[in-house]
Design a protein around this ligand. Structure first.
Ligand code: V47
Ligand code: SF4
Length: 405
């Protein structure tokens, strides 16, 4: 077992007093009392939080806990997304995904190493501190494809952290290479993998997976791969895809599994609820709310419930690409302390119809955070604050870029 890099997340529920006059729904009072006493919320409490119509009361509780953990600081990272291949063996069975292609299908691509390096070259500006690398389950992109890629990226951009490959991709590599998850993870770590992103979780419920991702790695195995990563000292994020066919009970069961692994390893850095986008994918055509994305209230509710139920997580992240920058700004009062940052050329969500920009300038991100009355801070991939932007200037003498991406 390898020690996990600091900082450790807060592993215990915090005792945080909540002003009962801010809660309109009486069902929230006993939950607020538990939070005030530092008592862990039950699954039934989480269901109450999902069902309450007192959205502002829920937000008040989530915001109080967030302030106790992070004050007014909201972090972001200057990262760059690279999606090296959209070829995926699950293309026909993950019916919510509009990004994947079969090998011979129009629009299919697989980058050569030179193409990856060319795309990564934007990091030469010195601003990008993290590559976020995910793609399809491509039979022609085995372990060596990725180890060669990571070694080359580290050689060319030694200052850039590599956050790469979801649990589903790790399991796929293990299967095609006939190796264990741990062997794959160790080889990738040796080649330069620093942390893992949280994609591929979807909703863990077997009944939901039967409908939306029939052949995909199951929830218990998603947890198993993250456990194996944490044991090697590789920290990771986790996600939950919501707003498709899942129930509130499914969401709570999903959060339960994440909280249990976090109790065990402390290896999760952040929880990121992902709003299902119905355009450009098969599942969207079958839903009653044809063409409609998730609602703003459901978006902030998922973030707030995550903040309150996942008491052993330090960071709750909003993904502005999917829920819009405006909603992400409001979410800063619903438990969010981190915003998916200055993303360069996001492809996965834009393949399913996201109309948000593909990248945000630093100035726009700072304005968004300040507009919510919060203090922006740039962080590294382990959530260590690198510089804060209180007032109009950065706290350190690091050159302030005017645009990123
Ligand atoms: O696993 C795919 C989701 C995820 C759709 O760890 C869809 O820092 C909505 O996990 N509508 C990949 N979502 C993205 C992801 C992520 C994003 C940002 C930061 C991090 C992190 C991780 O995107 C997939 C899937 O759950 N996805 N299709 C869709 N139609
Ligand atoms: Fe492949 Fe991932 Fe899309 Fe599923 S969600 S088809 S595993 S790229």
């Amino acid at each position: 077992m390898v020690a996990l890099a600091d900082p450790q997340p807060l592993r215990m529920p915090l005792a945080v007093p909540i002003d009962p006059s801010r809660l309109r729904d009486p069902a929230l009072h006993p939950i607020a009392e538990k939070i005030g006493a530092g008592v862990r919320l039950t699954d039934a409490d989480a269901l109450t939080l999902y069902r309450t119509s007192d959205l502002l009361g829920l937000g008040a509780m989530a915001d109080t806990v967030t302030r106790a953990k992070h004050g007014d600081v909201v972090t972001f990272a200057a990262n760059q997304h690279i999606n090296p291949t959209n070829v995926c063996v699950l293309r026909k069975t993950c019916v919510f995904c509009g990004y994947a292609r079969l090998p011979k299908e129009e629009g299919a691509y697989r980058y050569t190493l030179d193409q990856v390096l060319e795309e990564a070259a934007q990091a030469a500006n010195g601003l990008t501190r993290e590559f976020h690398i995910v793609g399809g389950l491509d039979m022609q992109a085995g372990l060596e494809y990725y180890t060669t890629m990571f070694r080359a990226l580290k050689a060319n951009f030694p200052h850039v952290h590599i956050k790469a490959l979801t649990a589903v991709e790790i399991a796929h590599l293990a299967r095609i290479e006939k190796l264990s998850w741990t062997e794959v993870l160790q080889a990738l770590k040796d080649a330069g993998l620093d942390t893992m992103p949280g994609g591929g979780a979807e909703t863990f419920s077997a009944a939901v997976r039967d409908v939306i991702a029939d052949k995909k790695l199951g929830g218990a195995d998603y947890i198993g791969v993250h456990r194996a990563a944490h044991a090697l000292g590789i920290r990771s994020n986790c996600t939950m895809l919501y707003g498709h066919v899942e129930t509130f009970e499914d969401r709570v069961a999903h959060l339960h599994m994440l909280r249990e692994l976090q109790d065990e390893t402390g290896g999760f850095l952040a929880f990121i609820p992902l709003a299902y986008h119905p355009d450009g994918n098969e599942l969207g055509k079958t839903l009653a709310r044809q063409g409609q994305p998730t609602t703003g209230t459901d978006d902030v509710r998922n973030l707030a419930v995550g903040r309150l139920y996942l008491d052993n997580f330090a960071h709750i992240k909003s993904h502005w690409i999917m829920v819009t920058p405006m909603l992400s700004q409001v979410a800063l009062h619903f438990g969010v302390n981190d915003i998916e940052g200055t993303v360069v050329r996001e492809k996965i969500y834009h393949a399913v119809g996201a109309t948000t920009p593909q990248a945000m300038t630093l100035d726009a991100l700072l304005a968004l955070i300040r507009g919510a009355g919060k203090v922006p801070a740039e962080r590294d991939s382990f959530y260590r604050v690198l510089r804060t932007f209180d007032g109009d200037a950065a706290s350190e003498a690091v050159p302030v870029p005017t645009t990123v991406g």
